[in-house]
Design a protein around this ligand. Structure first.
Ligand SMILES: C[S@@+](CC[C@H](N)C(=O)[O-])C[C@H]1O[C@@H](n2cnc3c(N)ncnc32)[C@H](O)[C@@H]1O
Length: 196
């Protein structure tokens, strides 16, 4: 089983303060689906390549991934993240209230399109088309992702055939150069750059 959320952070030292604060909110809300520390570190490495540019995220949760990315970039990078759950969205708005470059919205992931195209786009709560019954995956070339931009699709399980259709959609998309990275034995992430 993929270890995410509070459990995955139990023995992690030296977290950036805002990641720690986001995890405290997640624990208080008993929300156990925050991005894993390995994913957070990957997000911070990727975000570092887009300082001063535009980052979008579906599924803010309690703001853990956002906090990792903000830590790596700073005030010149603009972030828009959208979360359908009002309680989590409100807590994340408060968490980033001192950062005018971070906007957290309460709404459906499809509303994020109006703020694109993004230079870095993280799909963690809609747009991935991973689970049966999900919305179909978005088309990154349709106003979502800038040319040369990077898209990140968290939370695949290595070897899980149930997700093969979504995995292939992203890995074989004609506009993307993509690969799947193994972050832990039970967690992988597809990372892709828009090439046309
Ligand atoms: C895996 S969690 C996100 C974790 C978060 N990105 C982080 O870094 O900790 C997925 C989130 O997506 C949200 N979500 C689910 N469906 C959504 C939708 N249609 N639009 C926006 N957010 C959605 C869920 O409420 C949940 O908070």
């Amino acid at each position: 089983m993929t270890v995410r959320g509070s459990t995955a952070y139990e023995h992690v030292q030296d977290l950036p303060p805002r990641v720690q604060a986001a995890m405290a909110i997640a624990s208080a809300q008993e929300f156990d689906h925050s991005c894993a520390p390995e994913q957070g570190r990957l997000l911070s490495v990727l975000a570092r390549g887009y300082v001063g540019l535009r980052v979008g995220e579906t599924g803010t949760g309690c703001g853990v991934g956002l906090a990792w990315m903000l830590h790596a970039t700073g005030a010149t990078t603009s972030f828009v993240s959208i979360e359908i759950d009002a309680t989590r969205a409100e807590a994340s708005v408060e968490l980033f209230a001192d950062q005018p470059n971070v906007r957290v919205l309460n709404g459906d992931w499809t509303e994020l399109h109006a703020f694109g195209p993004f230079d870095l786009l993280v799909l963690d709560g809609g747009g991935k088309g991973k689970e049966p019954g999900d919305d179909p995956p978005l088309d990154p070339s349709d106003g979502w992702l800038a040319l040369g931009g990077t898209i990140v699709l968290d939370d695949f399980t290595p070897g899980d055939r149930a997700h093969d259709e979504a995995r292939r959609y992203w890995l074989d998309h004609p506009c993307l150069q993509a690969t799947e990275l193994l972050l832990t034995p039970t967690l992988s992430t597809v990372v892709a750059r828009r090439i046309r």
